[in-house]
Design a protein around this ligand. Sequence first.
Ligand SMILES: NC(=O)c1ccc[n+]([C@@H]2O[C@H](COP(=O)([O-])OP(=O)(O)OC[C@H]3O[C@@H](n4cnc5c(N)ncnc54)[C@H](OP(=O)(O)O)[C@@H]3O)[C@@H](O)[C@H]2O)c1
Length: 304
Amino acid sequence: MRVFVTGASGWIGSAVVPELIGAGHEVVGLARSDASAAALIAAGAEVRHGSLDDLDTLRSAAAESDGVVHLAFKHDVAFSGGFADAADADRRAIETFGEALAGSGRPLVIASGLAGLNTGALATEETMPDPDSPAGHRTLSERAALALASSDVRSSSLRLPPTVHGAGDAGFMAMLVGVARDKGVSGYIGDGANHWPAVHRADAARLFRLAVESAPAGTVLHAAAEQGVPLRDVAEAIGCGLGVPVVSVDPADAGEHFGWLGTFLGFDVLASSDRTRELLGWEPTHQGLVEDLDQGHYFGVAVS
Ligand SMILES: NC(=O)c1ccc[n+]([C@@H]2O[C@H](COP(=O)([O-])OP(=O)(O)OC[C@H]3O[C@@H](n4cnc5c(N)ncnc54)[C@H](OP(=O)(O)O)[C@@H]3O)[C@@H](O)[C@H]2O)c1
């Protein structure tokens, strides 16, 4: 297949690209800068220059492909107070891909998140996120993607855990390590019994490949290698890695201690991936979150 990948230069995209190429596919990656274009060429991909706002570029690149993997997200906008704007751009891109792929039966796989399933109960692929949750605005993107199944697009939504971990991660886990380093303590909120699902980046990349190859139209997939790691276990692994005390932070002080990350750290998300595994034969093979933290790379320790 010739697969158009947005966000191909990002943390997950830079694992998805070699995963696709290694399985014999061709990749065309969207790049908005020369640096991202150079990284894609070095990875063996072709480059389509443009941004998420260039809808004509997205439309023609999708039309010329055998399928689309959509990973780009305006994190810079989202994390500076513009979450709804970033989510709107995401949805517009998905609708544009839908126009280009309608009637073709070709695949569109979008990245979405498990964080919107913050209920403390075990969420399955059939659980629909609460649009009023803190991450709720983005659920409109998932709905838009799944609705494309009725226009003969083989669309799927791949829900990622809040942490897609591994060596080189600059996401939530790296941010949490940064807070612990700055504060001199590794914190968890309350009793730390709340959970986050987790997946290693390489296992997530394999699931994206399996999805573009064969996920049925209108499918929700859960990339939960671990259904829920208690946040206290995470704080202990970080405390051990940095050599700092592990402390409970009162929920009322979470915003002051963790900044905006505090909202996410208070989430209690448990997610099953049984249906995903059964449907696509996905079996995660890489280390779990705590084991990955124990390897030392999050703390500047070289991994041999
Ligand atoms: N990492 C996680 O733990 C995690 C968890 C849950 C969900 N997700 C979701 O998974 C997807 C991939 O995440 P990631 O961690 O790989 O993100 P990332 O490392 O921040 O990469 C984002 C990608 O999007 C591209 N991008 C950003 N703004 C763009 C724009 N205006 N136009 C075109 N491209 C743009 C970036 O291009 P440049 O190279 O030019 O910056 C980069 O390739 C996102 O939808 C994210 O929200 C990630």
